[in-house]
Ligand binder design. Structure first.
Ligand SMILES: [Zn+2]
Length: 64
């Protein structure tokens, strides 16, 4: 995962870091309010498809 991934900015203990790698950040987002709070504070949310989206970062890059 690159440094621009939002969950890399969320401090996690080794146990929950491992859980993130096995279950995925979306599952962690749903399961843990503390993680949800921190990720949402960075501007991320679950969109209608149940995927993490960001008003600025989640849109495809402009090609023009
Ligand atoms: Zn933990």
């Amino acid at each position: 995962m690159g440094p621009d991934q939002p969950w890399n900015l969320v401090p996690l203990c080794n146990e929950h870091l491992l859980e993130t790698k096995t279950k995925g950040i979306k599952e962690m987002f749903i399961r843990y309010s503390a993680i949800r709070f921190q990720i949402m504070a960075m501007g991320w949310k679950l969109n209608g498809l149940g995927n993490l989206d960001h008003d600025k970062l989640g849109k495809p890059p402009k090609t023009d």
